[in-house]
Design a binder for this molecule. Structure first.
Ligand code: T5A
Length: 207
């Protein structure tokens, strides 16, 4: 049996996912829960190899479809090797990005058929979606500001217009799934966001 401790964080680049995930990991661990944090794309030996292909700037010829399928391939490997086994063991599994990223970045970002992607997505994730998702929403200008001194990878190099489509994609996904997705204004300070996340976690898991 899989438990319901599957948590994902979503948002455009620089929205603060990694920062908040670390805080949540520490809080849960300090209360004695087993927690594993995984990043996407990546998280297994094979998925990390796929990540290298996806993020390398030299792979500028990668087609939109191939890019999407590589994200799904990486995710399936992560599902099989890490997510399912850890959920079976009763761990909290926290994913830094999951399916919503592919729907937002590849689906909305490239203008691809969303229902096609959702079908492949169900296949890749073996029909298991996160039990709760925190969507950290920031404007594109704040995203670019926060990442000012950080070198861009292949996807981050696609520019502001692309990122705006991705953000609109995330907003649309979160509007359509309010039971799963908690949308947070991620321009708030780190402590405010931490408190919002913790109150939702306490409520959901009765911690
Ligand atoms: N991708 C991924 C797809 O296109 N499709 C997919 O299906 C998937 C899974 C992954 C790339 O792949 C793409 C999306 C990405 O472009 P990545 O290296 O994993 O690349 O990049 P990100 O996940 O985008 O990681 P980032 O580090 O850019 O962003 P985070 O983790 O959201 O932000 P974080 O916490 O590192 O914070 C960024 C900066 O802001 C500060 C932090 O201190 C840090 O300096 N900060 C705040 N400042 C002020 N107020 C706050 N509330 C702050 N929170 C954080």
């Amino acid at each position: 049996m899989l438990n319901n401790r599957f948590i994902s964080f979503e948002g455009i680049d620089g929205s603060g996912k990694t920062t908040q995930i670390e805080i949540l990991r520490e809080r849960l661990s300090s209360k004695g829960y087993k927690v594993i944090v995984l990043r996407e794309p990546g998280g297994t030996l094979i998925s990390e190899k796929i990540r290298k292909i996806l993020l390398a700037k030299e792979n500028s010829d990668l087609s939109n479809e191939a890019e999407s399928l590589l994200f799904f391939a990486s995710r399936n490997q992560l599902m099989r090797e890490k997510i399912i086994p850890h959920l079976k063991e009763g761990c909290f599994v926290i994913c830094d990005r999951f399916n919503d990223s592919t729907i937002a970045y590849q689906g909305y970002g490239f203008g691809m058929d969303i229902s096609n992607l959702e079908t492949i997505s169900n296949f890749a994730t073996i029909n298991k979606e996160p039990d709760i998702t925190f969507f950290l929403d920031i404007s594109v200008s704040l995203s670019l500001n926060r990442r000012n001194n950080i070198e861009n990878d292949r996807i981050e190099s696609k520019g502001a217009q692309y990122l705006e489509k991705v953000r609109q994609g995330f907003l649309s996904i979160s509007n359509s799934q309010p039971d799963r997705i908690v949308t947070i204004d991620a321009s708030l300070n780190i402590d405010n966001i931490r408190d919002i996340i913790w109150s939702r976690i306490k409520e959901k898991y009765e911690i």
